[in-house]
Design a protein around this ligand. Structure first.
Ligand code: KIV
Length: 255
């Protein structure tokens, strides 16, 4: 194991003390750069479907594609914990969930993530029962985007949706889930979940400033996927534009 590797316990100890930065990585050089910058939590997210593979949404990502990208990230041997997303339909039953979680761990992931709350609890318990750390994902669930009419909607706006989020978060925490992504959850609800959960880390994305950590899709932060940037992200670089400039400049030197 890499010396000074981050652990679930070390990150858990940061709750209420120090915010946790998390970023997606899909390949070896990005994982290496993020590790050199000191990011403690990486996720090989199925967002790779859009920002790397050119699919319209995450529902097209396969298990073989996830394993391929987890392997590439693991080759960088980061100190950061590496997460692997269980892709669409790969965790329909507890047996499938565990078999696929084991494949992501064998590919080099340190933890796995799947979308949903109480409805996937048997799957979560099967994974945790095998000693595999699990990260939940509540709020807007990208793997449900087709069912939701193609819209990425904010969650927690009405009483029923708020209560469902509180109950899902409580159930995940009670199962022993170490962290949970809260995606597009209204900021007051994300804050309350963060306060109610005394052990489980909340990792927000588009859910306000009060979560235990924040995760972004790295190309959104670096400007590497300039054709779409979510409203809640301020890109800190323009690597897409910079690539175009470098290539154009080089072509001009050829005469
Ligand atoms: O797939 C992904 O990158 C994710 C993050 C947005 C949390 O699930």
């Amino acid at each position: 194991m890499t010396a000074d590797k981050f652990t679930v316990e070390r990150l858990a100890a940061q709750k209420g003390r120090q915010r946790i930065p998390a970023l997606t990585a899909y390949d070896f050089p990005t994982a290496r750069l993020l590790d050199e910058a000191g990011v403690p939590l990486l996720l090989v997210g199925d967002s790779l479907g859009m920002v790397v593979l050119g699919y319209p949404d995450t529902t097209h990502v396969t298990m073989a594609e996830m394993e391929h990208h987890v392997r590439a990230v693991a080759r960088a041997q980061p100190r950061a914990l590496i997460g692997g997303d269980l892709p669409y339909r790969s965790y329909d039953t507890p047996e499938l969930a565990l078999a696929h979680a084991r494949r992501l761990i064998a590919a080099g992931a340190d933890y796995v993530k799947a979308e949903g709350g109480r409805e996937i609890l048997p799957q979560v318990q099967a994974i945790l029962g095998a000693g595999i750390p699990f990260c939940g994902h509540l709020g807007m669930l990208p793997q449900h985007v087709v069912e939701e009419g193609g819209k990425y909607r904010i969650k927690g706006r009405d009483d029923a949706s708020r209560q469902a989020l509180f109950d899902d978060a409580a159930a995940l925490e009670a199962s022993g889930v170490f962290a949970c992504v809260l995606e597009l959850v209204t900021p007051p609800v994300a804050k309350e979940i963060t306060q109610r959960c005394t052990k489980m880390l909340t990792i927000g994305i588009g859910s306000g400033p009060d979560c235990d950590g924040q995760i972004l899709v790295t190309p959104d932060l670096t400007g590497a996927f300039p054709w779409f940037t979510p409203k809640f992200v301020t890109p800190r670089a323009q690597t897409g534009a910079e690539t175009r400039r470098a290539v154009t400049e080089w072509m001009a030197t050829l005469g």
